[in-house]
Ligand binder design. Structure first.
Ligand code: SF4
Ligand code: MG
Length: 332
């Protein structure tokens, strides 16, 4: 299958005190049709910035794409005007976020907001739009959709609001859904329900999904392929089974060790000692994980590991592996 989305050498920079620093540093990956790709890593590793770059929703004047390509169905999104991008957003690519309240308007009813999404991309009558809104709410598992359609966001529970957000995101049957921590704000039971819902929608609509999460349980449950990001770079990429049973990058290995047992309280990735370096304090050369890596060697601060294939379909950026050594002539 030809990829639906291809990201090549993406560099997205943020302005900090008048200087731009790469929050996403030469990231490349692809998403195939109907594939669910997980993007994992601690917060501050560039996961959200990467997805906002794809959507062209970076905060104006603060964040900018300064290199690379974002190709969706053969079209270069990084070259699109705001007007062209508005046509693609919500129609071909949609996004859902952690806290639905921030992306819903508190003064309009659920039905009004759903209809807006429909009107943006299709010519339908008001009556049809209302009918379709009710059907959409039903399709995301909302009982009594005829009643909910006239309610306001604050009248709904967090789980219901996330269902409404999903309804809005899939209203125009996008080919790609980007879900940024879609269940993080919800309690565990509701989380599981929302994941089930996303999975069934993905199957029914033949959608591709980029699932951004710091929760490896979500990855195990949902994803076909996984990208591990650390400090703005991809450090490992593999299919989900390979990543769980045969992780190669020390960061991934440590994350795996942080998976709680079934009966334990949920702990996240916090058990890795130390913190992700801030954009201003990124080491200029070498591996960005070096100051936290239990396997670090002296060379790790001078040689910059390259993402290289250690076995078919499994890429790692760590100089413990020959495939990650910079090639002759490639500047580290
Ligand atoms: Fe650790 Fe060195 Fe590998 Fe980085 S390159 S992950 S510091 S062993
Ligand atoms: Mg984030």
């Amino acid at each position: 299958d030809a990829p639906l989305l291809e990201v090549k050498n993406l560099e997205t920079a943020f302005d900090i005190d008048g200087e731009f620093y790469n929050a996403v540093d030469k990231v490349s990956f692809a998403v195939k049709p109907r594939q669910i790709v997980g993007v994992v890593g601690e917060s501050g590793c560039g996961k959200s910035v990467m997805s906002l770059s794809v959507m062209q929703l970076l905060p104006k004047g603060v964040g900018k794409i300064r290199g690379g390509e974002i190709i969706f169905e053969g079209v270069h999104l990084e070259k699109m005007s705001e007007k062209e991008m508005n046509k693609i957003r919500g129609r071909d690519i949609s996004m859902i976020f952690q806290e639905p309240m921030t992306s819903m308007n508190p003064v309009f009813t659920i039905g009004f907001q759903l209809q807006e999404v429909l009107f943006n991309h299709t010519k339908i009558s008001k009556a049809e739009a209302r009918q379709k809104s009710v059907a959409l709410l039903k399709s995301v598992g909302i009982s009594r959709p005829e009643k909910i359609v006239d309610e306001y966001p604050h009248q709904l529970s967090g789980g219901m609001r996330q269902r409404v957000m999903i309804a809005m995101a899939i209203a125009n049957q996008p080919k790609l859904l980007i879900a940024d921590e879609p269940t993080t704000a919800l309690d565990v039971t509701v989380q599981a329900q929302i994941l089930d819902l996303l999975k069934s929608i993905q199957e029914v609509n033949d959608m591709s999904v980029i699932m951004i999460t710091h929760d490896l349980g979500v990855v195990a449950e949902m994803c076909d392929e996984v990208i591990v990001m650390y400090a703005g770079r991809i450090v490992e990429r593999a299919d989900v089974d390979t990543l769980f049973y045969n992780p190669k990058h020390p960061y991934t290995e440590l994350m795996m060790g942080a998976i709680p047992k079934m009966d334990e309280e949920k702990e996240e990735l916090s058990s890795i000692k130390g913190i992700v370096p801030s954009l201003k304090n990124m080491p200029a050369t070498g591996c960005r994980f070096a100051n936290r890596c239990p396997k670090a060697m002296p060379e790790c601060t001078s040689i910059t590991p390259q993402l290289g294939e250690v076995e078919q379909g499994h890429e790692v950026a760590c100089i413990l592996y020959e495939a990650s050594m910079p090639k002759e002539g490639v500047k580290a």
